[in-house]
Design a protein around this ligand. Structure first.
Ligand SMILES: C[C@H](NC(=O)O)C(=O)O
Ligand SMILES: [Zn+2]
Length: 588
């Protein structure tokens, strides 16, 4: 082993320069493919992926020649991360290439899928099917869109996914990980991570159960009681979203006090001729008001902020890109002019702000403190943006009254975005971790998926499902192989961050009405955390910002306390559902 620290430093300097180049090349090829899905672009992207994987393997091999015990903590942390190369650890080149092909094939199938509602009427997810779910209240039209999308994705993906699992597990076992799920959980670097998220979910279940009961009651008045199974589940296609994961599009139906002005700013955005650019400038303006880093020139020149109209296929699921050269950062979003896309724009720009803040860190530290941190940044800003006061200040709401009824209505609108999401954010990787560990066999994929959906989310399939279906494949993150527990973590910690920043901004009052706009104190505190990237354990960074070194659901519970009191009163004992799925065979 090499004991010479200056040799180790020289190795790191070389690694950082070379790895940034390799990372930039792969990002460019991946961007070209994601914004113009063709076989040729897929082939180029896969060649660059193989080159990047081989570079990682070589760097890991060279790094393993250094004696870590003679290094300081920061240098050792870099070497450990250089050697933690995930599925690139597959030494059999044929299998390495095959894994890349399968992953890009799954993402292509998902991103080019169309649901055929009638023989000649086949619609893509964005914007067409999404718009049906946000606007239609037609039970049968929603069934057609819900079933059509699953028919167009799942069956084509199931066998590819089975192969993907086998190849991925084999690769990470070379690094000593039990399976891909264990490798993903290791990024949180706390041995009791799985127990921690289970405990958080259990703590938050009453909030969700009472929101679910309220939603079910309101939906019964819209669709009729006979459309709802006696088990208490809500048919999964009635919650205003393809996956029932967030219910904001039903805010006008779900607000407790209907007489009040609508909180849905979508009509006003359309009325004011909002464009995608204006949506992103609104977000950029907020970050600048905090004294944080503005979007650099290449962001505006090179991002894809709208779905192309020249007929090419693109990956529409929104994402933020780091080209590892300190200046080129982009968002790819098929922006629609809606409140939900205004929120998504802040979410994606939060990623870009994080990239900008940590761009001078060594490459392996140019990551979130943990993946949940990266998902939380933009959402924290969006918690301020969505307050009635802020919406009024940017001209999207005209009347804001502070009476209790409006306050409860506002809390309901935020609960439809944040509380509704919790079981979904929790269950995706509960399912995937068992698939990777082998507890869930391919023939059980769909059954175990619906077991979790029925048990935790209280939603059920509106039509018969069969083993040839693969409903997990209808959600982007499964075919795109993007871990999901990060969003559950984010939805908890973003309220810890929000509370800490509100305190630093000197705000006094209920947490749900706090708007940190223009607070450079809040901006400085947030920037200091983001600048660290993953150079420190996330528990240290959480401690620095919030005074606590752990995930804590209390700020989220405090934020929604007035709403839970209202819902407990309204629901009495009429809440909850059977843990198992209802029997779908229609009663004769
Ligand atoms: C919550 C998650 N957000 C994201 O992918 O950016 C989703 O859309 O499912
Ligand atoms: Zn994100």
């Amino acid at each position: 082993l090499i004991n010479n620290v200056s040799a180790a430093e020289a190795f790191l300097a070389t690694y950082n320069a070379e790895a940034s180049q390799v990372s930039n090349r792969y990002a460019e090829a991946s961007w070209t493919y994601n914004t113009n899905i063709t076989e040729y672009n897929q082939e180029i992207m896969l060649k660059e992926r193989l080159a990047a994987d081989k570079f990682s393997q070589e760097a890991a091999w060279n790094a393993s020649g250094y004696n870590l015990t003679v290094m300081d903590a920061t240098m050792r942390r870099q070497f450990v991360k250089i050697m933690d190369i995930g599925t690139a650890a597959q030494t059999n080149e044929t299998k390495l290439i095959h894994l890349g092909q399968i992953e890009s094939e799954m993402e292509t199938i998902y991103s080019t899928a169309k649901a055929c509602l009638a023989p000649e009427k086949c619609l893509p997810l964005d914007p067409d099917l999404t718009r049906i779910f946000t606007t239609s209240r037609d039970y049968d039209q929603l069934i057609a869109a819900w079933k059509g999308w699953r028919d167009a994705t799942g069956p084509k993906l199931k066998n590819l996914y089975t192969e993907f699992v086998t190849l991925s597990n084999e690769a990470v076992r070379n690094l000593g990980h039990a399976d891909l799920g264990a490798y993903w959980r290791s990024r949180y670097d706390t041995p009791e991570f799985e127990a921690d998220v289970q405990a958080l979910f259990d703590q938050l279940r009453p909030l969700y159960e009472h929101l679910h009961a309220h939603a079910r009651r309101r939906l019964k008045t819209i669709y009729g009681k006979d459309k709802f199974p006696s088990s208490g589940h809500i048919p999964a296609h009635l919650l205003g979203n393809m996956w029932a994961q967030q219910w904001s599009s039903l805010v006008d139906e779900f607000v407790p006090y209907k007489g009040k002005p609508s909180l849905d700013v979508t009509p006003e955005m359309v009325h004011q001729n909002y464009t995608a650019e204006k949506i992103f400038h609104t977000a950029d303006n907020f970050f600048q008001s905090l004294g944080m880093i503005p979007m650099p020139e290449p962001f505006w020149n090179k991002s894809m902020l709208k779905k192309p109209t020249d007929g090419r296929d693109v990956v529409c699921h929104a994402s933020a890109w780091d080209f590892s050269n300190g200046i080129d950062f982009r968002i790819k979003q098929c922006t629609d002019i809606t409140q939900q896309h205004l929120e998504t724009a802040h979410h994606e720009m939060g990623h870009i702000e994080y990239y900008l803040q940590y761009k001078d860190q060594p490459l392996v530290f140019q990551k979130g403190a943990n993946p949940g941190f990266h998902e939380a940044v933009g959402d924290v800003i969006a918690l301020s943006v969505q307050t009635p006061e802020h919406m009024k200040s940017i001209g999207l709401l005209h009347s804001v009254s502070n009476d209790t009824e409006t306050d409860i209505n506002f809390l309901m609108s935020m609960a439809l975005q944040k509380i509704a999401f919790l079981p979904f954010g929790f269950l995706i990787d509960q399912w995937r971790w068992r698939v990777f560990s082998g507890d869930t066999k391919p023939e059980q994929y769909n059954e175990h998926w619906w077991n979790l959906r029925c048990r935790y989310q209280g939603v059920s399939a509106p039509v018969e499902r069969s083993a040839s279906d693969f409903d997990p494949g209808a959600k982007f993150h499964i075919p795109a192989n993007t871990p999901y527990i990060r969003y559950f973590v984010s939805f908890v910690i973003q309220f810890q961050f929000h509370k800490a920043l509100c305190d630093k901004s000197g705000y006094i009052g209920p947490l749900h009405r706090c708007d940190i706009y223009n607070s450079t104190e809040a901006g400085t505190a947030l920037s200091e955390m983001l600048k660290l990237g993953s150079s420190k354990p996330w528990t240290d960074e959480m401690q620095n910002l919030t005074g606590q070194a752990k995930m804590d659901a209390q700020p989220l519970m405090d934020y929604f306390k007035p709403l839970l009191e209202y819902l407990r009163k309204e629901n009495g004992n009429d809440y909850g559902w059977d843990p198992i799925c209802p029997d779908l065979t229609p009663t004769s």
